[in-house]
Design a binder for this molecule. Structure first.
Ligand SMILES: Nc1ncnc2c1ncn2[C@@H]1O[C@H](COP(=O)(O)OP(=O)(O)OP(=O)(O)O)[C@@H](O)[C@H]1O
Length: 264
């Protein structure tokens, strides 16, 4: 499906359907997320981008009405298999949300807390420093590690959340509109950070910002929604390819219309 991306697959969905109660929200999504790439999910509101993203680390388990059929594998293993512990899965596949949500604790504890819960027995000071450095927020925080994470600016809080995610050594980072609540300078910092992070992690990002998708991602998945006979809407994957193809020479007219701003 994706041209010229020869690399290892980390996450794979096969005919993924996601329901909320009896409503089918997204239908038959089949795609592969390759190692150490940034994959952007784009599409109009309500087409199921966040729903699919939340399936990758079973975040949808926290929504009582949500259920899936089809298959999702992480490094070849079914993530919905009975033996899989979703908490452990979420350490390996971390998530950063739209609204920065640091713990109401010190900057240091924001990093140390999850690592400790996760059984980390190494040098905590070192882990805190490395994590903050990787999230490019060390210089701004090194002299106030024991102050509240909530006292940072929104953009700094988001980088702290990324540092917190990194600290538990994930393989994949899911980002659900991570810059939606940030100013343009903070947004640029997060975008630069993503270029660094993809050397070590695989990233899947939901974004409404077309320029952002074209700046940060290697691959782009365009989703759309269509009406159902019952009067609802169901989302589906229209096209998934290298980002430059999606933006410059997509196969589908609806993709072309969306990326050129004609709808959505
Ligand atoms: N917790 C929920 N309970 C019930 N329905 C939900 C829930 N979350 C999402 N949905 C429905 O699933 C469909 C897809 O929503 P989703 O948020 O995944 O789309 P999206 O493409 O990420 O939208 P947006 O760009 O606006 O964030 C929508 O019809 C939405 O109403």
């Amino acid at each position: 499906m994706v041209t010229n991306v020869v690399t290892e697959t980390v996450l794979k969905t096969e005919k993924l359907n996601v329901f909320y109660g009896s409503n089918l929200a997204v239908r038959e999504v089949s795609l592969e997320i390759p190692l150490n790439k940034v994959v952007a999910f784009i599409g109009p509101s309500g087409c199921g981008k966040s729903t699919v993203l939340r399936c990758f680390n079973r975040m949808n388990d926290l929504i009582p009405s949500a259920r899936i059929d089809g298959k999702i594998t992480f490094r070849g293993h079914d993530i919905y298999a009975q033996k899989v512990d979703p908490v452990n899965l979420r350490c390996r596949i971390g998530m950063v949300f739209q609204k920065p949500n640091p713990f109401p604790k010190s900057i240091y504890e924001n990093i140390a807390f999850g690592a400790r819960l996760n059984g980390f027995k190494g040098d905590m000071d070192e882990l805190v420093e490395i994590s903050l450095k990787k999230a490019v927020i060390w210089d701004e925080t090194k002299d106030k590690l024991h102050q509240s994470g909530l006292a940072l600016s929104g953009g700094q809080q988001q980088r702290l959340c990324i540092a917190r995610t990194i600290a538990v050594k994930p393989e994949v980072i899911l980002m659900d509109e991570p810059c939606a609540a940030l100013d343009p300078i903070s947004t640029l910092k997060i975008e630069e950070l993503m270029h660094e992070l993809k050397k070590e992690y695989t990233i899947v990002i939901v974004t409404h910002n077309m320029q952002q998708a074209s700046r940060v991602s290697d691959l782009t998945a365009f989703y759309n929604a269509e009406p159902t006979p019952k009067g609802g809407k169901v989302g589906y994957l229209v096209e998934y390819d290298r980002t430059e193809i999606i933006f410059q020479n997509p196969a589908q007219k609806s993709t072309r219309d969306y990326v050129s701003g004609r709808f959505g």
